[in-house]
Design a protein around this ligand. Structure first.
Ligand code: ATP
Ligand code: MG
Length: 415
């Protein structure tokens, strides 16, 4: 079964509101084995709405709309669909009573315009809305299904789960979606694609999507199939080949974030960590504390932005900062070693850099140094990242966390 989603609302065509409901719907539909082949956003205009439904119904078996079921003049979805399908709109007394009861419950007087929400196209089923006034509507036209849902997410989400999913289940034609995700760090997208395109082109039935974010690339594999077991086997085989090609740049095939992977490794090795951050301003500590139970491995950190505090708080000799500059492998190494010693953590992690936009001829914007100390040795790395402050900081935090992950990879190998 193939579906289209129509998000209705002129506000969704402005820079101020975005259509997030369709992401939820797509995720739920995919689980039911229903592929979303197109989404559109249409303003509150009856003729355009009618046209959008007409075109969607020519392409898809299932058309779901979001919004425009409210009581006001600009809520036109119900009318547009009734007109298109040639259905009369009848007032449904049960629906009207439910709307009136809801107004009584919340202690408000029902405005006359709310009666419009009790209009149900001939042959349609009203879907109860305990969280708002507008009921949803389920219509069948020949082989096609049209579902009209209210816009507010607290109304749409429960209505879809309780009243739409059960009706759709079993009608999807036995096709299911099998999927896998790989997450990769430490290599540019072009390099990744060069390594993996000879593999994914061998699997034309698997939809391969490469999604790049600062410091991280996700490779999504999706296969629609009537034979689930065969599809799962194909995807497993593909994942194995991709991991072989990308090596330890793959940090998870299980959907974890990089900080989750690092947290798991620290816990597994009964290790603790402390951080000294300059250009990332606490981002690495913040990411590590995003995870429940982080107190068992993160002892803490300092944001030592000025040269003075690098010395006063983390014991970096002023002379070293003077001689090498604050953004240098030497100062970063000293920060990592000293934060480790001061905190008593197993590992000390430090980051310095220039987030930009300004830089110097010797040290351009985007330059970042990372150091990781374990008391015996200190590993330091540097990189120059493109982009604005936010991107540079994000990539720096990725590289810092990834340095910890790779440290444990090698620690593992020695065991
Ligand atoms: P109401 O009875 O509240 O008017 P409605 O069904 O007419 O409901 P809309 O008026 O289209 O829905 O939207 C109401 C609110 O729901 C919007 O202001 C917006 O906050 C949210 N909303 C609508 N469409 C979407 C969407 N596609 N994604 C996320 N939120 C949405
Ligand atoms: Mg509305």
């Amino acid at each position: 079964m193939k579906a289209e989603i129509i998000a209705v609302g002129s506000e969704l065509l402005t820079p101020y509101r975005r259509d997030t409901n369709s992401l939820f719907l797509t995720e739920r539909l995919n689980r039911l084995g229903i592929e979303v082949i197109r989404k559109s956003i249409v303003g509150d205009d009856r003729a355009r709405l009618r046209e959008a439904f007409e075109q969607a119904l020519a392409r898809a078996d299932l058309v779901i709309s979001i919004g425009g079921l409210g009581p006001t003049e600009d809520d036109l979805t119900r009318e547009a669909v009734a007109e298109l399908l040639g259905r009369r709109l009848n007032r449904d007394e049960n629906v009207l009573r439910e709307i009136q009861a809801r107004f009584r419950r919340i202690g408000r007087k029902m405005a006359a315009v709310n009666e419009r929400q009790a209009l149900v196209p001939e042959g349609a089923t009203a879907l109860p809305n305990p969280n708002g006034t507008a009921p949803g509507l389920w219509l069948e036209a020949g082989e096609r299904i049209v579902v009209l849902l209210p816009g507010p997410p607290p109304e749409l989400v429960p209505m879809f789960r309780e009243h739409v999913e059960p009706r759709l289940a079993g009608r999807a034609g036995g096709v299911e979606l099998a999927s896998r995700d790989l997450r990769v760090t430490g290599m540019p997208e072009a390099d990744l694609d060069q390594l993996i395109s000879p593999i994914y082109t061998l699997y034309p039935d698997v939809q391969t999507t490469v999604l790049a974010a600062p410091g991280e690339i996700e490779v999504h594999l999706r296969a629609w199939s009537a034979e689930r077991a065969a599809a799962e086997k194909t995807l497993d085989e593909m994942v194995e080949r991709l991991v072989l090609a990308l090596g330890e740049n793959v940090f998870t095939t299980g959907g974890e974030s990089l900080e989750e992977v690092v947290a798991r490794l620290l816990t597994l090795h009964h290790a603790t960590i402390a951080v000294a951050e300059s250009c990332t301003g606490g981002l690495v500590a913040a990411r590590l504390t995003n995870i429940a139970g982080s107190s068992s491995y993160l002892l803490g950190g300092v944001v030592c932005y000025s040269n003075e505090l690098k010395s006063a708080w983390v014991d970096v000799p002023a002379g070293l900062i003077e001689a090498r500059g604050p953004v240098s492998a030497e100062v970063t190494t000293a920060l990592a070693e000293n934060i480790r010693r001061r905190s008593g953590a197993t590992l000390g992690l430090a980051i310095t850099g220039i987030a930009g936009p300004g830089g110097t001829p010797e040290i351009p914007a985007g330059t970042v140094h990372i150091a990781l100390a374990n008391g015996e040795a200190t590993k330091s790395r540097s990189a120059r990242f493109p982009g604005d402050r936010e991107r540079v900081r994000r990539q720096a935090s990725q590289m810092a966390l990834d340095t910890v992950r790779r440290y444990f990879l090698y620690a593992n190998r020695k065991v």
